[in-house]
Design a protein around this ligand. Structure first.
Ligand SMILES: C[S@@+](CC[C@H](N)C(=O)[O-])C[C@H]1O[C@@H](n2cnc3c(N)ncnc32)[C@H](O)[C@@H]1O
Length: 261
């Protein structure tokens, strides 16, 4: 696995589980609607992960279209290939978003969901995307404002250390706040933003935040921001809140769409 992915520790198996949960299915549907794909289009999924969005797009563009997916993690590419093995209009390859292996003005649309927070130079990736888009080409981006998490916990100080550790782990934890100007400065127009709240008032494995809170507190232990014992205390409290009907978690994701003139 590449250094970047070791650093963020995103695993294909984890993504397979968490990105099939209802909140993320709903996010994917909203993204696909916004992309409004047409038969015969050439579309690129940057940071395609296990290919869940790619698969939905490929079904909609038909055999005259083509869905390309790239990801920095070969294991993700393997999962995406397996998912789309019965579709003849997909092609997945290992590549980095900051150096896209495609010629200029090749794609009708590009989507990039939950990827740019991991990227060091977002304007450079936007320039790359602009290069490979045809005139009037569309871009769709989904990102999370990780600084805006609302969570009910008895341990505010541990909560704050856990989220500060996550904040320091990724280059752009609150990218939505300044993504609009980045898009504008990169030559995109007609910028539109929709909020996608992820709201959980229950704490079971069917809710997105259940796995995410375990993952994010594990990250804080790894970064020595909290001890293993503090992580357990914090997670036990969330469990207790779930059982007593007092669990509350919310974070906003944002769906950006824009186009070239
Ligand atoms: C949270 S997952 C999202 C996957 C997919 N876009 C989705 O929404 O289902 C983030 C993905 O971005 C990929 N990624 C991170 N940095 C990347 C980069 N610089 N270039 C390409 N892919 C990258 C990771 O390997 C991972 O598969």
């Amino acid at each position: 696995m590449s250094k970047t992915l070791k650093k963020y520790n995103i695993e294909a198996e984890e993504l397979e589980k968490s990105y099939k949960l209802p909140e993320i299915v709903q996010q994917r549907n909203q993204t696909i609607n916004k992309l409004s794909v047409k038969l015969g289009e050439q579309i690129l999924d940057v940071g395609c992960g296990v290919g869940l969005l790619s698969y939905e797009i490929a079904k909609r563009i038909g055999d005259s279209g083509k869905l390309f997916g790239i990801d920095i993690n070969l294991d993700m590419i393997r999962h995406a290939n397996k998912r789309c093995k019965n579709l003849r209009n997909t092609k997945f390859s290992e590549a980095n978003a900051d150096n896209l292996p495609f010629k200029k003005e090749f794609f009708d649309a590009v989507c990039c969901t939950q990827v740019l927070l991991y990227v060091n130079d977002v304007p450079n990736v936007l320039r790359e995307i602009k290069r490979i888009l045809k005139p009037k080409g569309r871009i769709i981006i989904v990102e999370t404002d990780w600084r805006g998490v609302v969570i009910n916990s008895n341990y505010d100080s541990i909560t704050s250390r856990i989220f500060s550790a996550w904040d320091a782990t990724v280059p752009s934890p609150n990218l939505p706040v300044y993504l609009g100007p980045f898009l504008l400065n990169s030559g995109f127009c007609n910028i539109d933003v929709e909020a996608i709240p992820i709201l959980n008032t229950e704490y079971t494995s069917s809710q997105f935040s259940h796995g995410m809170m375990k993952w994010i507190s594990r990250n804080a232990v790894k970064k020595s921001a909290i001890t293993r014992e503090q992580s357990e205390i914090w997670l036990d409290d969330l469990d207790e809140k779930g059982k007593s009907g007092n669990y509350f978690f919310c974070v906003n994701r944002f769906l950006f769409s824009a186009k070239l003139s």
